[in-house]
Design a protein around this ligand. Structure first.
Ligand SMILES: *Cc1c(COP(=O)(O)O)cnc(C)c1O
Length: 394
């Protein structure tokens, strides 16, 4: 049993099916941040960098995240946002295969990953091409013109899961570099980066890892490569000796070179406390419970609300930790659900998305959510001007 509702400060009565977008507040994170403000920032001021270990936080927390994704110690470091980490990984990867010009990704990827590559290509101005194919066509599109394959394991809209081991193997057989985005994987399902063998992985910590809004991203570089990768964002804290204040950049050894600037200490403190819940969690048990919850949800919703069409793979082994249904008035229907305390979200054009996190969701919550969905749909509660007006964040 991985259920640990007490760990989280969830509003009473709320059924939170959106931990795939923003995890809830861990009680210990609240306490830890308050304490950090008082005892460290407040009392220590600048001494905190040494006395409270702020400077070592990015790699210390990186190691803890690493344990959840099968990354050995010293291969993961925290910082920046995922968009920036994508840029760093792709830029470093391109330099490892200088004779090739194509970056391959898929149309199920989250747009910022594609945008960052588009921007990078433009600034490099060396004739690179971003090739985007349908998720199911990725394996066939990997050939020896490809420099880098950049994929997100779990599709943010449908929850469709890529086979990391198989696609990494194809990529390596073609002589290309593999980058995995684990945004919807870290804390959602077992990941074994070491055995997968990919060169790079990136991900964020405000989704399933519950680090809070704006929590920093992570980047993984395979151990044998870390001393050789070129950190294109050559910030002072990725320098070998930042406090020598050399005029020329010289990368730090190992994963530290993927640091850029000052770490977000408050956010890292929140994340560090949030990670405590994982100390006792077995990822394969979590995965089994996540699947069990998803199966109940699909069965209940389909039995009661036939007008919602399953937009996720039916086979649980092909899904991450979310279930999506397509409905043309999905935005309004989700707003109606939110007004009743069932929190999911909406992804254009018509996806109603529900995340399943067995740390704080149980089977009763899932059945209660299905009751609300049935009521909203049966009584057309979504058909209300208050629910039809789109807000900025959906
Ligand atoms: C959530 C998510 C992001 C978000 O990037 P930020 O820079 O943290 O805003 C990027 N990529 C993927 C695949 C995501 O799911």
């Amino acid at each position: 049993m991985v259920l640990n509702k007490e760990f989280f400060d969830l509003p009473t009565g709320m059924i939170y099916l959106d931990g795939n977008s923003l995890g809830p507040l861990p009680r210990q994170a609240k306490a830890r941040v308050a304490e950090m403000m008082q005892d460290e920032w407040g009392a220590q001021l600048i001494k905190g960098w040494n006395v409270a270990g702020w400077m070592a936080q990015p790699s210390r927390v990186g190691d803890r995240v690493g344990r959840l994704i099968g990354a050995p110690e010293g291969t993961v470091v925290m910082g920046d946002t995922l968009s920036v980490k994508v840029y760093q990984a792709v830029a470093a990867a391109l330099n490892m295969v200088p004779e090739r010009r194509v970056i391959l990704s898929d149309s199920g990827n989250f747009p910022t990953d594609l945008y960052m590559v588009q921007g990078l290509i433009q600034s490099l101005d060396r004739g690179y091409e971003l090739r985007v194919v349908a998720p199911e066509d990725v394996a066939d599109a990997i050939d020896d013109t490809i420099a880098v394959v950049m994929l997100t394991q779990v599709d943010y809209r449908t929850g469709r899961l890529h086979d990391m081991a198989q696609l990494t193997e194809c990529t390596h057989a073609a002589g290309a570099i593999m980058i995995w985005d684990l945004a919807h994987s870290a804390g959602a399902l077992p990941v074994d980066l070491e055995s997968c063998g990919c060169e790079f992985a990136v991900g964020c910590t405000y989704k399933y890892l519950n680090g809070g809004p704006g929590a920093p991203a992570f980047i993984y570089v395979r151990k044998d490569l870390a001393d050789g990768v070129e950190p294109v964002l050559a910030g002072w804290l990725g320098h070998d000796a930042p406090f020598d204040f050399d005029l020329d950049y010289r990368p730090a050894s190992g994963i530290e070179r993927m640091r850029v600037g000052t770490p977000p200490v408050l956010q890292l403190s929140a994340l560090e406390a949030a990670l405590d819940v994982w100390d006792a969690v077995d990822m394969s048990e979590l995965r089994a419970e996540s699947i069990a919850l998803q199966e109940i949800f699909i069965k209940e919703v389909e039995a009661r609300v036939p007008e919602l069409a399953l937009a996720s793979p039916r086979d649980a082994a092909q899904r991450g930790s979310q279930v999506s249904f397509a409905f043309e008035n999905g935005y309004a229907a989700m707003q109606a659900l939110i007004s009743r305390g069932v929190i999911g979200d909406f992804r254009a054009p018509d996806i109603m998305r529900f995340g399943f996190t067995p740390l704080y969701i149980d089977a009763d919550d899932v059945r209660a959510a299905a009751d609300h969905i049935e009521t909203v749909m049966r009584d057309r509660l979504w058909d209300d001007p208050a629910f039809l007006a789109r807000q900025r964040v959906t």
